[in-house]
Structures are given as C-alpha cells and as structure tokens.
Design a protein around this ligand. Structure first.
Ligand code: PEP
Ligand code: MN
Length: 338
C-alpha cells in the first residue's frame, strides 16, 4: 500500500505518519520525488486501512497494492491447492462430482441415492444432517442419526462424505463422521465457526455467503487458513440479486475470478445457485466450461416427495443425463470427469 502525501505536507506530518505506522506494526519507506512524497507501507494490510490512513493530516490518497487476502492468494502460493480425500482428488486435473440429497431423510433413501449417484459417476456423497433453514418450521435434519446414516452409506459405497457443520460446538462431533466439513452460506462469516474448522485436519468446503463479495469470501477462507488448515475449497452457490425467477443468481464469473485470485479449488453448486431442477444441467455445463474443479448436485430418489429442496433436486435419470452432458464440456476445456 502506498500513501501519497499532499504537495504542501509538513515534515511534522510525515514524521507523525511514520510513527503511527510503526505503532500499528507496519514499516514505512519514504520515497521523496520532485513533486510528490510517497510512503510505502509494508506489512499485512486489511480492507478498512485505506480509509483510516486517508484521514491522517498531510495524506492525499492511499493506493492499495497487495490484496488483503494473503494465504488464499496466488501471490502467496502460485500452484493450485490439491486436496486428497481418500482416493478422490479435488483441485487436480479432473472435475469431481459431489452428489446426494439436500437432507438425509431416512437410512434407506440415503443408501438408494448414494448407490445411484455413484453408479452415475459421482465420487463424493453429500447429505445434510444439521440443516440450516430460513424458517424454523421446515425440516431441520436428523442430526446425530443423519451423521450415522452418512457414515454407514460411506462404508457401503466407499464414497467419502461431506456434510454441514453449523456451530463451533458441533465441529468435533461432525469431524468424527464426515470426510469434508461444509460451512454453509449463512455461516460464511461465523468467525467462531471458521476458527474452529481451521483447527481441524479435515478439508473444509466454504460456501459463498448469499450476499458476500468475492473479497469477503476470500477473507473468510483466510480465517480457516490462518488457523493452520490449508485444505480449503470454495463453493459458488449463487448470490442474492433483484431477480426473483431463480432462487439465487448463480455467479459463473466468480469461478474464473477465484481461479485468477486464489489457488484454492472452486466447486459450483447449481442446485442452490438456481433453485430449479431444469436449470441445474445447463448451469453445470457452464460452470465446468468456466473452470470449476467440481460440481455439487442435489439428487433425490423422488424429488417431489423431498422434505427439503425438492424443486432443485434431480431424480436419478436427470442426474445421469447431467453427467453425460458435462463430460464432453469437461473434455473441451482439457479436463476429465473424476
Ligand atoms: C446445502 O448445501 O445443503 C446448503 C444448505 O447450502 P447453502 O448453505 O449454500 O444454502
Ligand atoms: Mn439444499
């Protein structure tokens, strides 16, 4: 970050700035030009610092140079992060498919869905045991029983599982059952939860907050990374816009933007991204074409009878069709399906 001083600034103002920077833990390097004095600020900066420094006497403008996200940035790590979960690799050459019901409803339906998505080519099983819900009156998940059914389905099919953890107190419990911890859109800025999943050794999938900017999302990933957990993947799941036809607006551009800014794998969730089952396949194709490292798809044996998110869930046939449409798209951008 550079501080550009006013042309008529005083020596006292410059000295105060250097002293104040040191007090905040930054080094200040002064460069005296013919017309302008510029102070280079060295240290890990944060978004609101620019506005603060611009309040100081003698300062004309503050120009940020480095990005506020550090550990998640390409500058810090140019090479893509690759996450291994059992035999599955996320963020490598292949595009992985995570599929399963929105919520674990019964042991039988989960097993049925697990077998069907595996047969169609999915490599990770999803299913919510602790369900975040806008209304307290909709299905909130089976909790502990849901975790047990997921672990059972994983044993029977050999597929690793991903499920959501909603509170810091549950991180230990969910980690015992799940191979990947999911942090949902509503919790993207639950900093206590981010710290807690950051202390585990489990891969974490961080969904984009429903009104979060890309920078806020990366800064949330930073919380997990800063605790020492480097196995973080991001998930674009649609954001809130003025459009009401779809449940959310799926931000496909976020995929190449994340690829440019960050080394973390990016997964696309067109189920929550659109809210409509018939949009899931076209948006999956778009996401893979845009460079997504994986897809997360809601699949239910009988979507019209689902306790949650039936309207955006694919039946087994539609899921098979999705896979057959996505494979050539992946090939066209030099990827293959895992
Ligand atoms: C989910 O994946 O089941 C879910 C609740 O997603 P989101 O947090 O994106 O709404
Ligand atoms: Mn859902």
């Amino acid at each position: 970050m550079f501080i550009v001083m006013h042309q008529g600034h005083t020596e006292r103002e410059l000295a105060d700035i250097l002293e104040q920077l040191a007090h905040m833990g930054f080094a200040g390097h002064v460069s005296q030009g013919v017309e302008r004095t510029v102070v280079g600020v060295v240290g890990q900066t944060f978004p609101e610092l620019k506005e603060t420094l611009e309040m100081w006497p003698g300062v004309e403008e503050v120009v940020p140079i480095s990005k506020p996200h550090k550990l998640s940035g390409r500058e810090f790590q140019p090479k893509d992060t690759v996450i291994k979960v059992g035999d599955v690799t996320i963020g490598g050459e292949s595009v992985v498919v995570i599929a399963g019901p929105c919520a674990v409803e019964t042991e039988d339906m989960l097993l049925e869905a697990a077998r069907a998505v595996k047969a169609a080519g999915a490599s990770i099983l999803r299913g919510g045991a602790f369900k975040p819900s806008t209304s307290p009156y909709s299905f909130r998940g089976l909790g502990m029983d849901g975790l047990k059914f997921l672990a059972q389905a994983s044993r029977e099919t050999g597929m690793p599982i991903i499920t959501e953890v909603m509170s810091p107190q549950d991180v230990e419990l969910v980690s015992r059952y799940s191979d990947i911890l999911q942090v949902g859109t509503r919790n993207m800025q639950n900093f206590a939860l981010l710290d807690e999943v950051g202390k585990t050794k489990k891969p974490v999938m961080l969904k984009r907050g429903l009104s979060a900017t890309i920078q806020e999302w990366l800064l949330s990933a930073e919380y997990i990374l800063a605790q020492g957990n480097r196995q973080v993947m991001l998930c674009e799941r649609g954001i809130r816009t003025f459009e009401t036809f779809t449940r959310n607006t799926m931000d496909i551009s976020a995929i190449p933007i994340i690829k440019k800014l960050s080394h973390l794998p990016i997964i696309a969730d067109p189920s929550h991204g659109t809210g409509k089952w018939y949009l899931v396949t076209p948006m999956s194709m778009a996401a893979v074409a845009a460079g997504a490292d994986g897809l997360m798809i809601e699949v239910h044996p009988s979507p019209e009878h689902a306790l949650k998110d039936g309207a955006q869930s694919l039946n087994f046939n539609n899921f098979q069709q999705l896979m057959s449409r996505v494979i050539p798209v992946a090939a066209s951008v030099g990827r293959k399906m895992a």
